[in-house]
Ligand binder design. Sequence first.
Ligand code: SAM
Length: 278
Amino acid sequence: MAGMLYLVPTPIGNLGDISIRCRETLEQADFIAAEDTRVSLKLLNHLGIKKSLVSYYEHNKAFKGDKIVERILAGETCALVSDAGSPAISDPGEDLVKQCAAAGITVCAIPGPCAAITALSISGQATGRFCFEGFLSTAKKSRREHLESLKKEQRTMIFYEAPHKLLSTLEDLTEAFGPDRPISLCRELTKLHEEVVRTTLGQAVEKYAENPPKGEFVLVVAGAPAEEKETASEADAAARVAQLMAEGLSRKDAVKQTAKELDLPKNVVYDAALKDAE
Ligand code: SAM
């Protein structure tokens, strides 16, 4: 019988955030695939768990993925962990999940720490609709295209960023969305120096130009304000009715068609047309 792949989220700062279920899964797995075995070994030592570790990271994932799938198909259970947070979310794992799913292996994701969701919850921004944008590319062209595609995005946007790139990212976000756009900078979440700065993009650029940022950040940026739907005026309605009547339509049909075209109630169009004809 084939084994299983478990995605095991690990703390993003506070070791107390490891859940009972994550702990049990790590204990019971036949082996653990880790982004950085040294980082995961520290966590396992803290939990008092001794387990065989294999590395699975960006630059060996093509080759290691096949080996892991082979072992699972032979009946072993693998727990996948990343350095911190939820595996497969801006972390190695996405491809392993795809590979396992394609091989008919059951994948089980255990819920747990994720910097994006922790930041969104604490941000004070609208949470009803949001999109996760991960890291912006360092390549200028794709970075520009990515930001361009988000100019009209109305959902709250979540970005990850490394501290040494934070200022230039804030500058690029300001250029794309304007200096007045609200942003929550969520820093060192669940750690001793956790901080949330709720401000605007323009003010954030000023702040971090003066004080270089330290620690890990999630940026939660408000979406674009909804575009106001232009409502057609009564004058537009009257003009369109007159035009349609001149083309041969009866007043009744002209009103009906105009109301449909301009998305206005029929009685409003009718009154406007009558007033115009007086
Ligand atoms: N898979 C992880 C997760 O689910 O949270 C994210 C991994 S990604 C490689 C690392 C990025 O997550 C960091 O650059 C930062 O943007 C964010 N991050 C991770 N831990 C954080 C923390 N404690 N506080 C703020 N941001 C954090």
